[in-house]
Ligand binder design. Structure first.
Ligand code: GDD
Length: 320
């Protein structure tokens, strides 16, 4: 791989992925909808930003023809589960429809371009007979619009690979966290409040949602290493879980973060933050991916939580 295109490069994961690729000497192009990148500062995670909404075929083809990438990492998405309930149709449009347009475009331009699609553990959803750790051929029973949008991507990825010979590898990352993740996800939501309390901008009370859910967390820096390995070694048409292999209760994440602060913090559960249909527990098997690539997460949960909190502390109140 000499040239990579990352859609949504200026998102949380895109920046880390760009860095990981550049570290290997790969030229990185990234799409962004934001015009402000046109003029701006030197960005260390990308060689060139291409302004594109990446939402219609003409534009997608324009970008691909301009870059002529060896690999496309399709990261651009509506990735917030809670938000997907407020706008199911927009979620399907952003996640499923645009990915399909990308497949159609690549099919028309060159089937030698490898596409790495980013799905989610949410595709597995939940059912009484689900087996843990979840393996890639587990029955899919998605439980929210986001999960459905990503499940559809995985189905199309498989079919476009086998029917049209497209070189697609589909990944199912479980929860990923790290410095720079935006509000709306559990770790930044908790960390942000702790930092506001430390700054005396907020009374020492943290408002939280469902603490009994369990999730399989991996540091974003480990996740992007897996994405690069998947692009290099993944087998066409295959699906791989990217996860740590164990789940922790959200209450444990909260306790750990609070213990990293010297403030005396009271926890207040707000039921309005609960989801209509929250999955109680998730942990995946990473055996298939490990057997192929020897990937192994390097960051412990404690290390990541500590880095997130310190990163938040180093930013101004407005998040800059
Ligand atoms: N966001 C948030 N904020 N979640 C909370 C809070 C809170 O204040 N309190 C408790 N939770 C619980 C949620 O109800 C959920 O059970 C869990 O914490 C994790 O929530 P999120 O961080 O929002 O992640 P997610 O599991 O819904 O989805 C994430 O992981 C998927 C992979 O499994 C997202 O990153 C998805 O894009 C990703 O595909």
């Amino acid at each position: 791989m000499k040239k990579a295109l990352i859609t949504g490069v200026n998102g949380f994961v895109g920046r880390y992925l760009g860095l990981a690729l550049k570290k290997r000497g790969i030229t990185v192009y990234g799409t962004s909808r934001l015009k402000r990148w046109e003029k701006t500062e030197q960005l260390n995670f990308v060689d060139e930003i291409i302004i594109s909404s990446f939402s219609d075929k003409e534009d997608i083809k324009r970008v691909i023809n301009q870059v002529e990438p060896d690999v496309i990492f399709h990261l651009a998405a509506q990735s917030n589960v809670r938000q997907s309930w407020s706008s199911p149709s927009e979620t399907i449009l952003a996640n499923t429809m645009i990915t399909l347009l990308l497949f159609e475009s690549v099919k028309e331009i060159s089937k030698s371009i490898r596409i790495v699609t980013i799905g989610s553990s949410e595709e597995y959803g939940h059912w009484d007979g689900i087996k843990f750790p979840i393996v890639e051929d587990e029955y899919l029973n998605p439980k929210n619009p986001y999960a459905i949008s990503k499940m559809n991507v995985s189905l199309f990825a498989k079919e476009f690979s086998s029917v049209f010979g497209l070189d697609i590898v589909h990944l199912r990352p479980f929860n990923h966290i790290g410095p720079g993740q935006g509000a709306g996800f559990v770790v930044p939501d908790f960390a942000q409040q702790i930092v506001e309390i430390e700054r005396k901008n907020k009374k020492p009370e943290i408002i939280v949602g469902n603490l009994s859910a369990k999730r399989d967390f991996t540091d974003v820096r480990d996740i992007v290493e897996a994405y690069v390995l998947a692009a290099e070694q993944g087998i066409t048409g295959q699906i791989y879980n990217i996860c740590s292999g164990e789940s922790v209760e959200i209450s444990h994440v909260l306790k750990s973060l609070i213990s990293m602060s010297s403030e005396n913090i009271v926890v207040n559960i707000d039921e309005s933050k609960f989801r209509p249909n929250d999955i109680p527990d998730y942990y995946g098997s990473n055996s298939k991916f490990k057997a192929l690539t020897f990937w192994k997460p390097q960051f412990t949960l404690q290390q990541t939580l500590n880095d997130v909190l310190n990163d938040m502390r180093s930013k101004r109140t407005d998040g800059k």
